[in-house]
Design a protein around this ligand. Structure first.
Ligand code: DAH
Length: 340
């Protein structure tokens, strides 16, 4: 008897798990718990058993009936939970969620930081509204110095004097701010926004980002600058990049240099990306000018170091093949969705 009941239970349970609708549930109930079901037949036949068997058989059959009723209730419950109050089927697949992404400039900035951090460069920041003194004076660019023409400046006051406020034209003023605060060794990078009074076109923005680098200690040479920048271009643009340094001029460095890397698009053969030369200019750099060191109270006889400054948009344009700097600031999702 018990064996037969166990078989019935197993079969009924298997069938129940397949029932996916109210109609199927009702059909199942009729088949397994209804008046003509095998289980009901067993319950009825108990009175025909010898008296000493009735009790055990009755208990077994009733327990089976109860367990099927509970299984039915539980299954009905789980089916109804698939519908919310409005009757909608909440198990239907939803609409795909559009994931947010990091802005290409954020990604580029993070990458620059990640490449330089292991070399000991700590990221610091400074104010975007800056004194003329930091943006120019302390960097060896006195008022009326012709080099001021290198930076078309948004002045917040009429004159251009040490006490005047302006929107910083580069991140270099943070060099002076850091050196005023700490004694060497110094090893910082300064990511940040800068402003220039420019006509905007495909390669110029009036607001853009730079990353400044500064390393000051007792025995720093131009070879350290070369090594740092070589590591930087290889980490950013691939292990085959070569670095080349050309003489340049910045008031706050001596000597000053322009760093170029072998073109990552043609490997130096010459293409449209590098204008056929095989080389791409990526940043300005140099050995910090003794006057700048003296201006912040460092003894130029003891300390020296290098500095560099790069445009983040330019790096991102090269890296991602973007041809118009303004794309970064248009908030056009068709552009932004390409970066992931
Ligand atoms: N501040 C310069 C600019 O915006 C870039 C630069 C050149 C920064 C040379 C440096 C440097 O630190 O050493 O044009």
């Amino acid at each position: 008897m018990q064996e037969r009941i166990d078989e019935l239970l197993a079969a009924a349970r298997a069938e129940l798990s397949q029932a996916g609708s109210d109609a199927a549930l009702e059909a199942w109930r009729v088949a397994h718990l209804g008046r003509r079901s095998a289980l009901t037949g067993i319950l009825r036949s108990i009175r025909d058993l010898p008296p000493d068997e009735r009790r055990a058989a009755g208990q077994a059959a009733n327990a089976a009936r109860q367990s099927l009723e509970e299984a039915l209730a539980a299954h009905r419950d789980s089916l109804s939970r698939r519908e919310d109050e409005s009757g909608a089927d909440v198990t239907m697949p939803g609409y795909p969620v559009r994931l947010g992404r990091l802005h290409p400039l954020t990604r580029t900035l993070r990458e620059i930081r990640a490449v330089l951090a292991p070399l000991g460069f700590r990221a610091v920041s400074g104010p975007e509204v800056e004194w003329d003194r930091y943006n120019f004076e302390l960097l060896n660019i006195p008022a009326d110095h012709p080099a001021r023409d290198m930076w078309d400046t948004f002045h917040l006051q009429q004159q251009a004097r040490p006490g005047d406020l302006l929107l910083r034209t580069h991140t270099s003023p943070v060099q002076a701010r850091v050196m005023e605060q700490v004694r060497p060794p110094v090893r910082v990078i300064v990511p940040g926004k800068v402003y220039r009074y420019e006509n905007r076109d495909a390669s110029h923005e009036s607001e853009f980002m730079q990353v400044e680098g500064l390393a000051i200690d007792e025995h720093i040479t131009m070879a350290d600058l070369r090594g740092t920048l070589t590591h930087f271009v290889r980490a950013m643009f691939g292990p085959d990049r070569e670095l080349r340094i050309r003489a340049s001029y910045f008031p706050f460095t001596e000597p000053s240099a322009e760093a170029e890397m072998s073109c990552h698009a043609c490997d130096g053969g010459g293409c449209s990306v590098c204008g056929g030369s095989g080389w791409i200019e990526i940043l300005g750099a140099g050995m910090v000018h003794p006057t700048v060191l003296a201006n912040v109270g460092y003894d130029p006889e003891v300390y020296q170091g290098f500095a560099f400054g790069m445009g983040v948009e330019r790096i991102a344009m090269l890296k991602y093949g973007v041809t118009d700097i303004r794309s970064f600031y248009r908030n056009d999702l068709r552009f932004l969705r390409q970066f992931h």
